[in-house]
Design a binder for this molecule. Structure first.
Ligand code: PAF
Length: 283
């Protein structure tokens, strides 16, 4: 497994593979890998000849009061998991390498970033779109795999891939959950055992909403009220948002008549947790 720390080395590696006629799958991450990331690597592995993982905690997607400095890091373990998952090259740049002196350019989308997480994290998706655009140009993959846990991010990436004419197939990997239902996240590492128990409120409240929709409830406001009451019954929780929205545009939906995505963000102690699910009303 090659570990490449400069953009030049990464591009040269990818170009050499392409000249040999090889295809490349790519899984971008911020490191601190867990079973969710491993599942994305496993999804990408059989789709191409080569499998590239990037590890870069991207500063431009964190706002001033967010957890950039506290973001967990364990490169040694990441490299071990990468090797086991069949990664053939790891791109491991530092901040200076990615955004050198006099860096000026940002990639911005008009609509998708103004919904859901974008309302309380106004710089986040611009930072994600910018770094992913750069990573696509550096790694030059044929296929890129992103987790569905950040549903909005996946929508943003699909949109920018289309709008900027990247010839890359975007694959969404299913959410990987702990046995009790908590969606896996590097941020789960910040929680105390007490907070970890409270974190179950996200997946459980989604379960309640799904049941209610299946039983005929069509009012998003009523569903949100039920989810809020459930989450507030747990200690250490502070709801950022709960929304039912159109799966493509992410515009809010008031009456559930077709498939919707329910998405929520809840602060649990120091961890800001997100979760989502697609829900279909009964036919
Ligand atoms: O999902 C993530 O880990 C990050 O947002 C990404 C896509 C690697 C960009 O920094």
């Amino acid at each position: 497994m090659n570990v490449l720390k400069t953009k030049e080395d990464m591009q040269a590696w990818s170009l050499a593979k392409k000249r040999e006629g090889k295809t490349i799958s790519f899984v971008p991450t911020m490191g601190y890998l867990h079973a969710g990331h491993v599942s994305l690597l496993e999804l990408g592995r059989p789709l191409s000849d080569e499998l590239v993982l990037s590890i870069f905690v991207n500063p431009t997607q964190f706002g001033p009061n967010e957890d950039l400095d506290a973001y967990p890091v364990n490169i040694e373990n990441d490299l071990k998991l990468a090797e086991q998952a069949g990664v053939t090259a790891v791109f491991l740049p530092n901040k200076e390498e990615m955004y050198g002196e006099n860096y000026q350019t940002r990639v911005a989308l008009d609509h998708l970033p103004h919904h859901l997480c974008g309302k309380s994290r106004p710089v986040h998706f611009g930072g994600v779109a910018t770094v992913v655009t750069k990573l696509f140009n550096i790694v030059m993959p044929d296929v890129a795999v992103f987790g569905k846990k950040d549903y909005q991010q996946l929508r943003v990436i699909r949109q920018l891939t289309r709008d900027l004419d990247f010839n890359i197939e975007i694959i969404g990997g299913d959410i990987v959950r702990e046995p009790d239902g908590l969606a896996m996240s590097s941020r789960n590492a910040y929680m105390t055992p007490e907070q970890r128990k409270s974190a179950l409120c996200l997946s459980r409240s989604i379960g309640l909403a799904r049941k209610a929709v299946e039983a005929g409830e069509t009012s998003a406001a009523a569903l949100i009220r039920e989810m809020e009451a459930h989450i507030q019954s747990f200690d250490h929780t502070d709801i950022d948002y709960i929304e039912f929205c159109d799966p493509v545009t992410l515009d809010p939906v008031e009456t559930i008549e077709d498939q919707v995505v329910v998405a929520l963000a809840v602060q649990v102690g120091k961890s800001r947790l997100i979760d989502n699910a697609l829900i279909d009303p009964p036919q």
